[in-house]
Design a protein around this ligand. Structure first.
Ligand code: ADP
Length: 623
């Protein structure tokens, strides 16, 4: 009976319910993926991946070269050798300052802690006294106190900045610098920041939880993480901050002109000194500490800040990525879905890169993990759904085949009787008249039954396919019910079941009387089939304003809610019905429903397992 008529609401309802459930499962899965992606990226391992991604983007998105404001006055190997090693550093520095004094540098930041007296101090103090905007260094000692320069130097400095290194705890690479550091209640600003303040005429540092402001420069650095500021190191094309060593100045005094108006960072660059750090750019060659401070200064002076993306935005994007992954597989599988998934993944990769190009550090892990997990989970979800649908279809097919076999068998029964009887007649020419008549009657009755069966199946099929105009005649429903009760009586008697016509419906119906008879007869025979011997089947009729109602009630095996929602599906039979030993195809009710729908009516079922069922037809009353 291949048709999908609108009437089959039960299947539709159960279909959308299942679909809704499946969609809810997908939505929940995607939420879990987003949360898992976020959580996993906050683990130590996740952070290391993020750091690697940061370094990668750092090298990928290099800023254009610029003219640095700073220059390094270097105490390199040659200088140290010339001045007799580390002990000669102060004398060397004093000489260097002397050589560049004439070109008036904008400021001089010295990355040497000068905590004690030494023989060359007179010369160095004289140098410091003449230096404009001198900034000296201090460092935090392991015992938690500040190591400051001695007072004779200190008094010539406009500020003392701290030079404690902040290395990444996982790989000891220097990526950021804390702009403030406190020991007990003694807080110091970083050397680079103090130098920037000095260059800006000693402007005040204004603090807010989110940033520091110096003059017109806002430095994003939150109070929560010790005012950590990411350093934008000079890109490789610039070959680092310009550097001139004191020994070189000695050889070529003209080099002093390079210091004109510049911010000078004076410190040790010699490889022998351990004050060297790795940066995202360095490949095995570490950067001297003094260059690190100069880079921090350049970052501030050029406002090249790299700011972390707000957490809420990262979380929101993760959920969006998960949602998109789910959408990719919501409507299907195959190439379009795979392409959509690839697109989602590509987006998750592009966001950190695009953000970085705009100075925002967007963590790579949360989006990537969410995309990978989300796509995998959504694809698996789709796979399971497809498998379930396939299994369902297979199931339908076997049920259909089984029922077809049964239906064919049903058609064969009258055929066999006809064949047998006709053979007997032709073989035994001298058959008693009474016997011959009995056989002829049997043949007649069986062929009529066969014709009726075929007729009914075919007309319902045609009717539902819209190929046949349903007869439109006016008939009495009570009449139809009466005929059906008569026809069903032998069946009921065989099981000692009483059919009680409690009340009969009053009023006429317009439509096809034969089809209606088929429907009512089916309800009656079902009631008898699925009831125990000795029970009662009752028929109630009732007519309302514009409708006629007819109920068939039994005391039989009944059904639960789930079963009721499926009995109008073609070939569906309940377990209880199958176990009852009653033959059936599971087609009858689907036909009944179609007939009722064609008559503009509805069918309702109330049932309880073990207690019985009540099928009610509600039809339009003919005016
Ligand atoms: P069939 O009776 O040939 O199996 P139907 O389409 O008439 O097919 O009915 C479908 C199924 O609905 C039955 O197999 C049975 O499980 C259930 N059913 C129908 N009528 C009743 C009833 N009166 N009591 C209990 N179950 C019923």
């Amino acid at each position: 009976m291949g048709n999908e008529m609108a009437g089959n609401a039960a299947i539709l309802v159960s279909g959308t319910m299942q679909q809704r459930k499946a969609h809810a499962v997908l939505a929940a899965l995607m939420m879990v993926c987003a949360l898992a992606g976020l959580t996993m990226s906050w683990t130590a391992l996740g952070r290391q991946f993020d750091t690697s991604a940061y370094d990668y983007l750092f090298r990928l998105e290099t800023p254009a070269a610029w003219q640095p404001e700073s220059i390094i006055l270097a105490l390199d190997e040659e200088t140290l050798t010339k001045y007799g090693g580390l002990t000669g550093m102060r004398a060397a520095l004093a000489d260097g300052l002397e050589k560049i004094r004439a070109v008036s540098p904008a400021a001089i930041a010295v990355d040497l802690i000068l905590p004690d007296a030494s023989p060359a101090d007179d010369q160095l103090e004289a140098g410091f006294a003449q230096a404009h905007n001198l900034v000296l260094s201090c460092d935090l000692l392991p015992n938690g106190t500040w190591e400051d320069p001695i007072e004779r130097f200190r008094k010539h400095a406009v500020a003392v900045g701290e030079v404690h290194a902040e290395l990444d705890k996982f790989d000891a690479v220097s990526r950021a610098l804390p702009l403030e550091r406190a020991a007990a209640h003694d807080r110091r600003w970083a050397l680079a920041l103090e130098t920037f303040v000095a260059v800006n005429g000693g402007a005040q540092i204004v603090e807010s939880p989110q940033d520091l402001s110096v003059g017109g420069t806002r430095i994003p650095s939150t109070d929560a993480d010790g005012r950590l500021m990411r350093i934008r190191y000079t890109p490789p094309v610039m070959n680092g901050i310009p550097r001139v060593s004191i020994a070189e100045l000695d050889r070529h005094p003209a080099l002093a002109s390079r210091f004109r108006g510049k911010v000078v960072f004076a410190g040790v660059t010699a490889q022998t000194v351990s004050d060297r750090w790795m940066t995202p750019y360095s490949n095995s060659v570490a950067m001297p500490g003094i260059e690190f401070h100069a880079n921090a200064y350049e970052t501030i002076a050029r406002k090249m800040f790299l700011v972390d993306a707000p957490l809420t935005a990262v979380v929101a994007v993760c959920f969006m990525v998960a949602g998109a992954a789910g959408l990719a597989f919501l409507f299907g599988a195959g190439w379009p879905s795979n392409l959509a998934a690839a697109f989602v993944f590509a987006i998750s990769q592009m966001i950190p890169a695009l953000a970085f190009a705009r100075g925002t550090v967007w963590p790579w892990m949360p989006g990537t993990l969410t995309a990978v997990l989300g796509i995998a989970a959504a694809a698996a979800w789709r796979h399971l759904i497809v498998r379930r649908e396939l299994a369902f279809a297979e199931n339908e097919k076997t049920r259909y085949q089984r029922s077809m076999q049964f239906a064919i068998h049903e058609l064969r029964t009258p055929l066999t009787a006809i064949q047998g009887s006709s053979e007997l007649i032709s073989r035994y020419g001298t058959m008693p008249e009474a016997k011959r008549k009995q056989m002829a009657d049997l043949i007649n009755a069986e062929s009529k039954r066969l014709a009726r069966m075929i007729e009914t199946f075919l007309s319902v099929e045609k009717l539902s396919a819209g190929q046949m105009e349903m007869k439109q005649e006016r008939f009495s429903l009570a009449e139809v019910v009466r005929r059906c009760m008569e026809r069903a009586k032998p069946l009921a008697d065989a099981k000692r079941i009483a059919i009680a016509g409690e009340t009969l419906p009053e009023g006429d119906v317009t439509g096809d009387r034969e089809l209606m008879e088929y429907a009512v007869y089916n309800l009656l025979t079902n009631a008898i089939k699925y009831s125990p011997g000795g029970s009662q089947v009752s028929v109630f009729g009732d007519s309302g304003k514009n409708e006629v109602r007819l109920s068939v009630q039994d005391q039989g095996i009944g059904m639960d809610k789930k079963e009721v929602s499926r009995i109008f599906e073609k070939f569906y039979r309940t377990k209880r019905a199958e176990q009852s030993g009653e033959a059936g195809t599971g087609i009858g009710l689907s036909i009944v429903e179609q007939i009722v729908a064609q008559h503009g009516g509805t069918i309702h079922v109330e049932s309880e397992p073990g207690k019985g069922s009540r099928f009610t037809l509600v039809l339009k009353q003919a005016l």
